[in-house]
Design a protein around this ligand. Structure first.
Ligand code: G6P
Length: 608
């Protein structure tokens, strides 16, 4: 979740380290820091809070070294103070780290016993001292790192720079992503290819257990046994331009507005518009005739996309689907049979728990299909088949366009599974595909409701608690709507299955509680209307996201109504996601919150 970078070059590196860190800030923004070698001697600048604070520090006290490392932090061990900010250093070296060193306490006790003095609350500092300890025994940097790495337990991507050694940088990877970039007489390292895109389009991804010795002329790769190994170079498509906000105030607003386009692009990748059929651009990694069940594993917003996918795969594919949070699934020792299919869903393709689910499924002999947005990610690379979402880079920490693209892909997969298993007729497929083709246009219509959504959001921004209700595929969307609101406005919000209301949450309803009901005109609309009546009878303030027909038929005096265009119900969640996202966005903006970088969160969660 933290981001790390390193450059060994022929000119000062500090400004380029900052440029790369800006592209990694989505991974965390609790603090930032850089270290370079100034005439052979280590010098550091660190600052609490966002990267701009570090930039201000560097303006006052510039660094001029030609070799350096940088870090942007999402705090795990130790508060987000300057003292806990990376790089962590000893008199011999400085190190930056993404991940968690699980055995840091025992290592720290051992090293303290040998006279090392620790000054931060982090797990990372132990790495600095462990390597220093080896150097104190007389080892050179490479030998010292080789001796220290096998002692570290947990997940890490590390980069080291050494006092008095201006000609090397050392990097290591175990369970957290790390890319090496190639330049002309200079070399780079970074947590992802996006960070390195301004400097190079040629990279190598380290494999788990690998470490690398970078010089200006190139790189030598070693595996976990310390043997020199070859690792393939590849060209990246990450854009060198830092994606900008266009005419929008925030990335989140831009990404919400981009959805008709990126969902259209994603659907076009999976649909044959002329024949009205689904055409997957990859081989399904299972035998349709013997497919026994589908298991879905994901985290956060991607999990809610998976939950909606479960409804669709069961409905159109007539196959049982089990879904779990990846953090639960990975330790639950679920029995998986080889005829089953595992689907993992992840925007970044790097989420540690989701990756662990994938590896568990593979260890049980299952094939894994991933729905990912980053084609070069670890999850994409380790999957048997990859269904790409073509959302483009998503910068806002609260996921929006990746979610609706994930839904679009899952809808196509559900249809493809149904057809492959012979349980979905060609006519029904054509009907569903024509509905999907209409989705981007309906999303554009939904976006036009922004002014009324903004007005409703103003009232919502005064609430302390908000309830979201929905039935069927609107239930996972209610969960996602509540998640969006809490992550960026910090208002407590809960999503509930509308039918469960009477089993507890109805006790919360009073005049001060906004209840947002997601109610497309679907097969269960009458049931949802009854649940709205139950809320209205208790004085609850209902905000309806639904069409005019539902509003008229229910004859409820709504506190607010986001009037949605009429649409066939099957894929309504893709369209109804738009007002749910906009409600959260405008509420947070009305409250003056940092929408793109909400407190305590990060976009890519590579720790457990
Ligand atoms: C973090 C992000 C969420 C995201 C989740 C899963 O919590 O803040 O927006 O949904 O991770 O991320 P992934 O990259 O696997 O989709």
């Amino acid at each position: 979740m933290c981001g790390i970078v390193g450059i060994i070059g022929r000119e000062p590196v500090a400004s380029r380290l900052i440029e790369a860190l800006k592209r990694l800030e989505y991974r965390g923004y609790d603090s930032a820091g850089v270290a370079t070698l100034e005439e052979g001697h280590l010098a550091r600048r660190r600052a609490e809070g966002k990267l701009r604070n570090l930039e201000a520090r560097l303006n006052e006290q510039p660094l001029h070294g030609f070799v350096g490392i940088g870090h942007t932090r999402w705090a795990t061990h130790g508060r987000p103070t300057e003292n806990n900010a990376h790089p962590h250093a000893t008199e011999r070296l400085a190190v930056v780290h993404n991940g968690i060193i699980e055995n840091f306490r025992e290592l720290r006790d051992e090293l303290t016993g040998r006279g090392h003095r620790f000054v931060s609350e982090t797990d990372t500092e132990v790495v600095a001292h462990l390597v220093t300890d080896e150097m104190d025994k007389g080892k050179a940097p490479i030998a010292a790192v080789a001796a220290a790495l096998p002692r570290l337990k947990g997940a890490f991507a590390l980069a080291f720079v050494f006092n008095g050694a201006p000609d090397i940088l050392i990097a290591a990877r175990q369970g957290a992503p790390l890319a090496i970039g190639y330049g002309e007489g200079e070399m780079f390292l970074g947590s992802d290819a996006l960070a390195l895109a301004p400097f190079t389009d040629t990279i190598t991804y380290l494999e788990d257990g690998d470490w690398a010795i970078l010089s200006r002329e190139g790189v030598e790769f070693r595996d976990a046994e310390g043997l020199v190994v070859e690792r393939a170079k590849q060209k990246t498509q990450a854009s060198a331009f830092l994606v900008d906000k266009g005419n929008h105030r925030h990335f989140m607003a831009k990404e919400i507005h981009e959805q008709p386009e990126v969902v259209g692009r994603t659907l076009a990748h999976y649909l044959d518009m002329s024949s009205g059929c689904v055409r997957l651009p990859f081989e399904m990694p299972f035998d349709a005739a013997s497919l026994s069940r589908v298991t879905i594993s994901a985290c956060g917003t991607a999990y809610y996309a998976g939950l909606i996918g479960k409804y669709w795969i069961e409905r159109f594919g007539r196959i049982p689907v089990e879904i779990d949070f990846a953090s639960e699934f990975r330790y639950r020792e679920a029995p998986l049979d080889a005829a089953g299919l595992m689907i993992v869903v992840s925007q970044s393709g790097e989420t540690a728990d989701t990756l662990a689910s994938l590896r568990y499924a593979k260890s049980q002999g299952q094939k894994v299909l991933s729905v990912v947005n980053v084609p070069t990610s670890t999850i994409a690379r380790e999957s048997d088949a990859v269904a790409l979402t073509l959302a483009g880079p998503e910068i806002g920490v609260a996921s929006t366009k990746a979610f609706t693209c994930q839904l679009s892909v899952l809808a196509c997969l559900a249809i493809a599974i149904g057809r492959a298993r012979g349980v979905l007729s060609a006519e029904r497929e054509q009907e569903l595909v024509s509905q999907l083709i209409g989705v981007p246009g309906l999303m554009a219509e939904a976006i036009k409701r922004e002014a009324s959504i903004e007005q409703i959001s103003y009232g919502l921004s005064k609430a302390k608690d908000v309830l979201y209700l929905g039935r069927g595929t609107s239930f996972p969307l209610a969960l996602e709507g509540a998640l969006k609101l809490k992550e960026i406005s910090y208002i407590h919000a809960e999503g509930y299955a509308a039918g469960e209301l009477k089993h507890g949450p109805i006790a919360l309803i009073d005049e001060s509680m906004p209840v947002i009901v997601i109610a497309p005109h679907d097969a269960v609309i009458e049931k949802t209307v009854s649940n709205m009546q139950e809320v209205a009878a208790r004085g609850g303030r209902i905000i309806l996201i639904g069409d005019d027909r539902t509003a008229a038929e229910s004859a409820i005096d709504f506190h607010g109504h986001i009037s949605m265009p009429p649409m066939p119900p099957d894929f309504a969640p893709i369209v109804y996601a738009v007002p749910a996202q906009m409600l959260a966005y405008h509420t947070a903006v009305a409250m003056g919150k940092d929408v793109d970088q909400p407190r305590n969160l990060a976009k890519s969660v590579t720790v457990e």
